[in-house]
Write a protein that binds this ligand. Structure first.
Ligand code: G6P
Length: 611
């Protein structure tokens, strides 16, 4: 987490960096700061959102053409002015911003304290800037050399950008484990955690790799590895428009992104689903078909909402491909010495492509000989680059911290994978395959139809906005949707919510049921319909309030539930693509009714680049 931005060129750096920080706030928003290199280095930093930094610096007329900025998600030390970045070394010569965690900071700090260094903050970053300074002074070396030496001793993840007094014409950046993009302009360069602060100025970008150092002046970019060998920069053209990262008339990014879904799913299917020829093209799968058809098992690793998409994929792949699937929290998988080897396929699912746990999980699996397939939204991200193959979800930039359109795009890619592999493997008949393709083709229109019911969802939200707890229940393909619905509600509204398989309710959660507990059933018509009807009865018998997401025209559940939210009929394999939508809207409206910042919920960040 944390977002970093830097600028070097001929424009005033301050507004460029400030605007960039606002675009990166989804990565962390508990404090922010900017250091500018004019006559000398001036640093402005403050606890709170970037808007507070902006208000506080309103009277600052900064003409400097070089600067670095940071928006923080606290790891070491609470959010405070002192812990905000940038951090400056004891001599004042070096100023640095950092995204990541220096794991051995405590021992490095002891070393530095023994040498007389003092610290104003509790951060690992202030240790790092002083550690670099100490090496530079001791060896009488250049900053670049000192960084190379220092970074070889540092354990952890980082992107850093450093300014050095006396050298206003250049910035030095380095990366390991956290993302860094360089925007290549005419006589100016931009650095940022992702392309969103850059897109307005240039579409030419370089993605910096791990263990690389970038020495940036306004006219030149030099890339080197930590062994001081030059690397030829690879400039790519960004396929992203500014409008995609703006709110476009909606009150919040989250709402915009919910309503983006008919378009984002159309984009996801574009060039892949061909209804004229009844075919699916998924190059990343086709290029390695035998890997999938002969896979002994598939292990899905992911975090958060992406993990929920993985749970749905487990049902899809086991049903259509008859390959055993395990779904793992990346954070658990990476630490428990899993039994992995050749013949195993790992599918890593990630919106950002930067989640630290997922990234390390696939590194470990790759070392053990597994084949890695990335289902990633952010093009060019670390997970995409580390994978042997993959399929982008093409949902477009997702800015709201709570994931919505990325989830449905993940489900769509995973469904296409299951169909493609099942067909090739022979576990899915041609007739069934064609039927699924036809169902898939109708999804964007059905999503649009579902979203058109938003006023009904809003009315239900008004009814339950003050609830203290919420239970989400589903079975089969809709069980992961229950988990996702509960996650969304708790992140956006801070209402305690739990998701459960509907049948498991009897083994504990039913004890919570009374006339105050809203229970949301995902109860679309599928193989488990009658079972879930019984579960609804069980809740009603205990006076619980029932909200049910049902298939259009369902009269039976409508007669039992307190509120129903309808979705169009669809095959159960694709049901989560529709049934999740009312839960996204419900969380959004409840969050708004409770007066909360739904785009930036407390304590969260969108891109979790720390363990
Ligand atoms: C954070 C975000 C979630 C996301 C999760 C995994 O917790 O707030 O929305 O699902 O990280 O992120 P990824 O980018 O790997 O999908």
């Amino acid at each position: 987490m944390c977002g970093i931005v830097a600028y070097i060129g001929s424009r005033p750096a301050f507004p460029v960096i400030l605007k960039g920080l606002k675009r990166l706030e989804y990565r962390g928003y508990d404090s922010s700061g900017i250091a500018l290199f004019g006559e000398e280095v001036a640093c402005f930093k403050r606890k709170g959102r970037v808007a507070e930094l902006e208000a506080w610096t309103e009277s600052v007329t900064a003409t400097a053409h070089v600067g670095i900025g940071h928006t923080r998600w606290a790891t070491h030390g609470e959010p405070s002015d002192a812990n905000a970045h940038p951090h400056t070394s004891n001599s004042g010569r070096l100023t640095l911003v950092h995204n990541g965690i220096i794991e051995n900071y405590a021992s490095l700090k002891q070393e530095l304290i023994a040498k007389g260094y003092t610290f104003k903050s509790e951060t690992d970053t202030e240790v790092l800037v002083n550690f670099i300074e100490e090496i530079q002074q001791k060896n009488e070396s250049t900053l670049e050399e000192a960084m190379r030496i220092a970074l070889k001793r540092v354990v952890g993840a980082y992107v850093i950008i450093v300014m050095e007094e006396g050298f206003p014409e250049r910035l030095i950046a380095a990366r390991k484990g956290s993302p860094l993009v360089i925007g290549v302009g005419e006589g100016e360069h931009f650095l940022a955690s992702d392309a969103s602060p850059i897109i307005e100025y240039t579409k030419r970008v370089i993605y910096v790799n791990d263990y690389e150092l970038a020495i940036i002046s306004k006219d030149e970019i030099i890339l080197k590895n930590l062994g001081n060998e030059p690397i030829t920069p690879y400039i790519q053209q960004l396929d992203m428009e500014l409008a995609q990262i703006e709110k476009g008339g909606y009150d919040h990014f989250m709402l915009k992104e919910i309503f983006d879904q008919p378009a984002s799913l159309t984009d996801c299917l574009r060039g892949r689903l061909d209804m004229e020829n009844l075919s699916l093209t998924l190059k990343g799968v086709e290029d390695h078909l035998s890997v999938f058809t002969q896979a002994k098992r598939i292990v899905i690793v992911a975090c958060g909402t992406s993990w929920h998409a993985g749970l749905v994929a487990e049902y899809m792949i086991e049903t259509l491909c008859r390959i055993p699937v395990e779904v793992e929290y990346a954070s658990e998988f990476r630490y428990r010495n899993p039994v992995i080897g050749p013949g195993d396929v790992i599918i890593a699912i990630s919106q950002s492509g930067e989640t630290a746990d997922t990234l390390v999980a696939i590194e470990r699996a790759k070392e053990q000989g597994a084949f890695i397939f990335g289902v990633v939204n952010a093009v060019g991200s670390s997970i995409a680059r580390l994978s042997h193959s993959g399929a982008y979800t093409h949902a477009g930039p997702e800015i709201g911290v709570a994931s919505t359109k990325a989830f449905t795009a993940q489900l769509t890619v995973l469904a296409m994978m299951a169909m493609k592999i099942g067909k090739e493997k022979g576990t899915l008949s041609s007739d069934e395959y064609n039927r699924y393709l036809a169902e898939l083709a109708q999804i964007p229109a059905k999503v649009e139809k579902t979203l058109a019911t938003h006023e009904q969802v809003k009315a239900v939200a008004a009814y339950y906005a003050e609830a203290r707890d919420f239970l989400f229940l589903g079975r089969g393909y809709n069980f992961p949707v229950a988990l996702e619905g509960a996650l969304k509600l708790k992140e956006i509204s801070y209402i305690h919510a739990e998701g459960y398989p509907a049948a498991e309710m009897k083994h504990g959660p039913i004890a919570l049921v009374d006339e105050n507990l809203p229970v949301l059933f995902i109860a679309t018509q599928d193989a488990y319909y009658e079972k879930i009807v019984s579960n609804i009865q069980e809740i009603k018998a205990r006076k619980g309030k029932v909200i049910a997401v049902v298939t259009e025209g369902d009269t039976l559940i409508s007669s039992m539930a307190d509120h129903v939210l309808e979705v169009p009929a669809v095959d159960e394999l694709l049901a989560p693509l529709l049934s999740v939508l009312p839960t996204q809207l419900l969380s959004y409206y409840i969050g708004v009714l409770r007066g909360l910042d739904v785009d930036k919920p407390r304590n969260l960040a969108k891109s979790v680049t720390v363990e």
